[in-house]
Design a protein around this ligand. Sequence first.
Ligand code: ZN
Length: 174
Amino acid sequence: MKLPLAYYGNPVLRKKASRVEGIDDELRQLVADMIESMDEYNGCGLAAPQVHRSISLFVTRIPHRDENDQIVSGEARVYINPKVLSYSEEVWALDEGCLSIPGLRDAVVRPMAITVEATNLEGKTFTEELVEFDARVILHENDHLNGVLYIDRLPPKQKKAIENHLREIKKKYS
Ligand code: ZN
């Protein structure tokens, strides 16, 4: 089932998400709905607060290049109670957008590489080292679990330039 999105201005996007304490049928259904929603909205990541659930969970589907250098859709992945264990000192900037902030994209500076630990839907804890775009998606989604949006990471001048647009989103969706 495609879930309704929470948009900029909705307080759920500013709350710190609570820990997931157990994996049950209800959670499995939520994950399935989140993956379906992410795909339908054409996102490469979706965090639970974006679908009005303030719990520590996000899903990703990150496109990659295959052996013929074609861009193909990645597999859907689930991160429960994620924790970023380390960040590279090296950073890079790339335009980011967010399903909860329609119509905007802006360059965000983030670490080039990270190590993340999380639990999957089978209840198994795993650790991953990720670089570049993959690391960026995880950091963007992980921010959502702390009530942080990518626009918070913009320098004041960039933030000022989008103020009016943000006000309009707030008005439109509240
Ligand atoms: Zn987002």
